[in-house]
Structure formats: structure tokens, C-alpha cells
Write a protein of this length. Structure first.
Length: 451
């Protein structure tokens, strides 16, 4: 739901209450990028025509370096522009920035065609495919972060070593631990509520200084929109308060940051297509096909769930991050956890970390579920016990393994298209090459004196 109408925006710009409209898109890394546009200019020009940006925004690495291998954007193609076309249904206030509103954009070429490798367009395509099959997806994402009593500038100067976590011990569900940083957590919650999100709760987590703020589920596209706005906004609010927080999948050797994704399909009129009261687990045939599709495609979709070298370091047995590709009823040792009953029945994918690009991950979940339903895939028996100790198929343990599974998958090519498959294969290749050349602190401590 939009928290700000165009009519109200026009009125508040005229009154001077809003003077800036942020037009943002999500890049491959899941970051918001775009422009801050003067309010009057937005109304007079951008509202009707959008705004342009260099197409390298979908062809750079984490450091914003121009890199080779992308068909859509290169020096040979002159790094031309594409259009960020505002989706006015996403218009909202930005309470933590004075006088600001924000709108998310779809990315188009200058001739009006979709930029198919854009994460939001990838998700839109899968939502449309599901709609054509008579269903719609509901999604909820859970994002964990680790909070430090350091500024981002201080953390940078320290090379991210010796930072002070905001809690000095495990504060999982601890009310006292949460109270230590409640002023910041409250500022984030109220800021997100003011930006139109349905805040549910906040709780401490296992790692020192680790917390999670939960939001109500919604349709897939709006939930992913909220995810990227919250992630960006939480960092901005933390910075304003003299803190630094990270959603990095594995910021240290303790428990990593997860981003569990809950998903269920319903009929176009909200019919409960995945449920059946007669079934021991409450699942209909459609629900079983949906889970079977997730199991069938999870390995080749891992690049969508784990987009960085660091992502794969989170998959440690006994850490609450999954390693075994099994499904279980409320079993946190499985990659896929069935929770809820009736209207609340949903599947939790525990593979994504806090660094996930939600549009890509949710697009993958929808595509896998739809394939399972179309092919009426047989679901393996429910798993009971400790999946870490099982002989199950495993979540890929490295980005190289995930890239190979993605790039060689005929199903990925058929489902997402060759351009998307090649684009994100190159994304992984760029990251692997950069990491292969890096000299890490681990190497220095291990080899400086003793080699």
C-alpha cells in the first residue's frame, strides 16, 4: 500500500512540506541507487517521463567498478542511459530524511522495452507467469543485522577489526538486551511505519549485537520493495545515530545474518490453494507440488539466494543456517521449514542471508514452485530429526559451485531467459575473480611470519 498519494504529494510540495523526491531502483547487489529530484521538477517533468541513469548501474561490482562480460552495458556500447520509470504505487514518505518522499522505479530502455536483467523486472516476470496459472504469491522476509557502537567511518578506518558490538553476549529474545539499544530500534521501527510498512515486532538474536525487525507479509512485489527500502533506511538511521549495522551474511565467526523468506501461493481471489485440512501436514496437492519444486531447483537457484563470496560461509552445521536440502514441519535444521496452519500455512526458505537481493530470491522461489505445480512433482517424505546429520543433498558450499549449477541449468535458461542467465553468471565470475586476487587478513596472520 502506498503511504502517499500523488495528490497529497502535489499539495505538500506546493506547501513546502516536501521538497525532494528520491527516485530509486535496485541494482544487482540489492542496493538502492538513483537520484534526489527537486520536488517541483519531479511534478513538472519526472512524474510523466521518468529520469535517466547510466546503464552501468546493472553492470558494476560491489565497489562500483566497471567490469567486462556484460552484454547490455560496456565501453564498446558507450555506457548509454536507460530510464528509471517511477512506479507511483510505491510512493511514500521518508520520515528519517527531512522534506523527502521516495518512489521506486522500473527500468526501461529508451525505446520503452524492459531491461530484463533488472531484479525488479525479473520478479515481475515470475509474478506474471504465476498469475497466468491462476495464482498469486504472498511473501514475508525476515532480516537480521549486527549492530556496532561505531560509526561507519570509524569502522572503515579500523578495517572492520576490533569493532564493539552493541551487546556483549547472546541476546536472543532478551528484553534487557533489546532495551540497551531500544532508542535506535524504535527509531527504525517508527521510520519504517511512517514509510508505509506494517511493523510487527523486534527481537534480539544469537550473535553479539544481533537483532531482527519483522514486518507483515504482503504480495511479493510490495514485500521486496519494502525489504530494500528498510535495509537502506536502517543503515541511514543507524548512521544518523552514530551506529553502524551490517546485513552481511557472515560478518564474523559467530552466527550469520539470515533473511528467511516465507512464501505461499493463493488463488487470484485469495482462495487457499496450498491447504487441505484432511492432510496430516495441512497441505493440498498443490502445496506438495510447490514444496517439491523448491527441493528440485534449490541447488541451481542458490546464486539467487546467496549472491556473494561471503554468503557461503554462513552455511555451517549447527549454526541455524541450513546445509541440508530437506523439508520439515517447524524444523529449523532443514533448508525448507513448513510453518503455520490454514490461512497462515507457508513455506520458509532458510537459505538466503541478510545480503540477499530479495527480488531475485523471491523470483526463484516462485519459479520453482510453479514448475513443481505444473509438472506435479512428487514430494519426498517429511524429514524428522537433525537434518545437519542426514545424508541429504547439500546447499552449495562455494560461489563457484553455485555459479556452475546456475550457468549450466537448462531449466534456468528456459525459465529466466538466456540473457538473465548469462548476466548473473558473469556477476558471479566478476566476484570470484576479484576474490581470487585479494590478500586477506586470514592469509596475513597465517603466512606473514610463518611461511
Amino acid at each position: 500500500m502506498s503511504s502517499l498519494s500523488v495528490e497529497t504529494l502535489k499539495k505538500e510540495i506546493k506547501e513546502g512540506k516536501i521538497d525532494t523526491v528520491i527516485v530509486a531502483m535496485t541494482d544487482m547487489q540489492g542496493r538502492l541507487v538513483g537520484k534526489r529530484i527537486h520536488g517541483e521538477h519531479f511534478l513538472n517533468d519526472t512524474l510523466a517521463h521518468g529520469t535517466e541513469g547510466c546503464n552501468y548501474l546493472l553492470a558494476v561490482d560491489m565497489e562500483m567498478n566497471t567490469v567486462g562480460g556484460y552484454e547490455m552495458s560496456s565501453w564498446e556500447r558507450g555506457y548509454s542511459d536507460f530510464v528509471m520509470e517511477p512506479d507511483m504505487s510505491t510512493l511514500r514518505r521518508v520520515p528519517w530524511q527531512e522534506g523527502a518522499a521516495m518512489v521506486l522505479a522500473d527500468v526501461k530502455w529508451l525505446d520503452g522495452k524492459d531491461v530484463v536483467a533488472s531484479p525488479r523486472q525479473i520478479l515481475r516476470k515470475q509474478v506474471k507467469a504465476l498469475e497466468d496459472a491462476g495464482m498469486k504469491p504472498y511473501v514475508g522476509t525476515e532480516l537480521e543485522f549486527v549492530l556496532f557502537n561505531n560509526t561507519y567511518e570509524d569502522a572503515w578506518k579500523k578495517h572492520y577489526i576490533g569493532l564493539t558490538p552493541s551487546n556483549q553476549y547472546n541476546v536472543d529474545y532478551s528484553l534487557m538486551g533489546g532495551a540497551r539499544v531500544e532508542p535506535l530500534l524504535r527509531a527504525i521501527r517508527l521510520g519504517m511505519a511512517g514509510a508505509g510498512m506494517m511493523v510487527e515486532s523486534v527481537k534480539g538474536e544469537c550473535n553479539f549485537g544481533q537483532h531482527e525487525i519483522a514486518f507483515r507479509y504482503s504480495d511479493a512485489l510490495s514485500n521486496c520493495d519494502n525489504h530494500v527500502i528498510y535495509k537502506n533506511g536502517a543503515k541511514e538511521i543507524a548512521a544518523q545515530s552514530g551506529y553502524a549495522l551490517t546485513f552481511m551474511a557472515k560478518p564474523n565467526e559467530k552466527e550469520g545474518n539470515s533473511s528467511h523468506i516465507h512464501c505461499s501461493f493463493r488463488g487470484l481471489n485469495d482462495e487457499l490453494v496450498m491447504t487441505d485440512k484432511k492432510d496430516p501436514e495441512g497441505l493440498s496437492d498443490v502445496g506438495r507440488y510447490f514444496i517439491a519444486g523448491q527441493i528440485a531447483h534449490l541447488r541451481e537457484l542458490s546464486l539467487m539466494f546467496a549472491p556473494n563470496i561471503n554468503s557461503y560461509k554462513r552455511y555451517v552445521p549447527g549454526s541455524f543456517a541450513p546445509t541440508a536440502i530437506r523439508w520439515g514441519r517447524d524444523n529449523r535444521t532443514c533448508a525448507l521449514r513448513l510453518v503455520g496452519h490454514g490461512q497462515g500455512l507457508r513455506l520458509e526458505n532458510r537459505v538466503p542471508g541478510g545480503d540477499v537481493n530479495p527480488y531475485l530470491a523471491v523470483a526463484g522461489i516462485i519459479a520453482a514452485g510453479l514448475d513443481g505445480i505444473k509438472k506435479k512433482m512428487t514430494l519426498e517424505p517429511i524429514f524428522e530429526g537433525n537434518a545437519y546429520a542426514s545424508d541429504s543433498s547439500r546447499v552449495p558450499s562455494t560461489m563457484l559451485e553455485a555459479q556452475k549449477l546456475w550457468s549450466e541449468s537448462a531449466w534456468v535458461k528456459e525459465t529466466f531467459g538466456a540473457e538473465v542467465q548469462d548476466h548473473y553468471t558473469n556477476y558471479a565470475e566478476v566476484e570470484l575473480a576479484a576474490y581470487g586476487k585479494a590478500v586477506t587478513n586470514w592469509e596475513l596472520f597465517r603466512n606473514f611470519e610463518r611461511s
